[in-house]
Write a protein that binds this ligand. Structure first.
Ligand SMILES: [Zn+2]
Length: 384
């Protein structure tokens, strides 16, 4: 193991400083080999000499630590009407951020132009330039082919279908660009924040629509064609509502924020979208509270089957409708604990998002860091 600079760096990524002797012992490599690898990593600033430590022989020896400021990461979470940008270090700590209104239906070039313009401002704000950037991660509110970085028939993004986000942005920032859908990057963000207990995590986003990001064995599971986690179109038994996809009784058409807003409009209330529903819940409107709790139960019904099948350790509930507080999550818990198998629910934690509005940028940054610090990528960087 560790027979390359990149592999040695992956040992140091846990943040703990280690001496040459400790690394020799850990890797089983010759001292001269370890020294060579460390020199290569020092040259690229991937590591820095840390504080001197006293070794067992009594002589001070230098320890080496991962350098989270070796490069910086650009992270963008673009929603349908709103965008959140952040610059982070390689540990994912946010150095600068900006959130603003951005209508995704303007099409790709105006939106991505806005993104670059604001990243330029943020870079200046934290005293960095494009040369420090090791990659850009972007989340989009629709289906994305992660390999090619192109949206695939995104229903809410006119003009974006097949547009190569990676090529357009990559040619302008001269760094790798990684693109995924918003739910996947949020799942990655929550996984990063949750720590070692969350190797099997589901992130359910309940906004206008409903989607789910899947972390299996500490890795994002995208499925064969990137369509994994589309729980919004799983049928809810006993419902006859027609969904926009043409099927009957889809979870999204029954329990999504758009569906709830429409139902409340039918009762004469002024609710355009999920946020208006949340506003009513917060104002104590009993009709809205009842609907949100029922929506939680329907989501719970779908998730209960998934819990039996997948056995997650954590289910995180986010998205606009989750801002309605405990009402949504109470419905989810009620059904999952009632219906899933005891072994699967014994240590299952069902909780609200820990990162809230920052889940997306945190995950977009994590996606880039994992790509850039993969041993092969580090090896290539030190050969330059
Ligand atoms: Zn559907």
């Amino acid at each position: 193991m560790a027979d390359s600079p990149g592999a040695l760096l992956s040992i140091l990524r846990d943040g703990q400083a280690r001496t040459r002797a400790e690394l020799v012992q850990l890797t089983g490599l010759a001292r001269s080999t370890v020294s060579q690898r460390l020199d290569a990593l020092l040259l690229q600033r991937w590591i820095v000499p840390a504080e001197d430590t006293i070794s067992s022989g009594g002589r001070p020896s230098t320890a080496f630590a991962f350098n989270p400021l070796a490069r910086i990461v650009l992270a963008a979470d673009l929603g349908v009407t709103h965008a959140h940008l952040a610059i982070t270090d390689l540990h994912g700590a946010i150095l600068a951020e900006h959130a603003g209104d951005l209508a995704i239906d303007q099409g790709p070039e105006p939106c991505l132009g806005w993104l670059l313009e604001n990243f330029t401002k943020l870079l200046a704000e934290c005293g960095h330039g494009l040369a420090d950037v090791c990659g850009l991660g972007v989340g989009l509110p629709g289906p994305v082919d992660h390999q090619s970085g192109r949206p695939v028939n995104p229903p809410l993004m006119p003009g974006w279908d097949g547009f190569s986000v990676t090529t357009w942005l990559g040619s302008r920032i001269s760094a790798p660009v990684l693109v995924d859908n918003d739910v996947n990057i949020m799942a990655l963000g929550e996984h990063t924040a949750a720590g070692p207990q969350a190797g099997h995590l589901l992130f359910a986003k309940v906004g206008t629509g409903i989607g789910c990001g899947i972390i299996a064995d500490d890795r994002l599971h995208r499925g064969a064609r990137g369509a994994a986690g589309d729980i919004g179109h799983i049928g809810v038994p006993g419902s006859d509502v027609v969904c926009r996809c043409g099927n009957i009784g889809c979870l999204e058409a029954v329990a999504g924020g758009g569906a709830l807003a429409a139902r409340l409009r039918g009762e004469g209330l002024q609710t355009a979208d999920a946020r208006d529903v949340v506003r009513l819940v917060r104002a104590g409107d009993t009709r809205a509270i009842r609907l949100v709790r029922q929506s939680g139960r329907e989501l719970g019904l779908v998730l209960a089957s998934i819990v039996n099948f997948f056995n997650p350790s954590q289910i995180v509930i986010g998205g606009d409708l989750a801002d309605a507080g405990e009402h949504l999550i109470a419905g989810v818990r009620e059904v999952i604990y009632g219906r899933s198998l005891p072994l699967a629910t014994q240590r299952l934690d069902i909780r609200p998002s820990a990162l809230g509005a920052r889940a997306g940028v945190t995950g977009a940054a994590a996606m880039v860091v994992d790509h850039v610090l993969a041993p092969d990528a580090v090896d290539q960087s030190v050969q330059r």
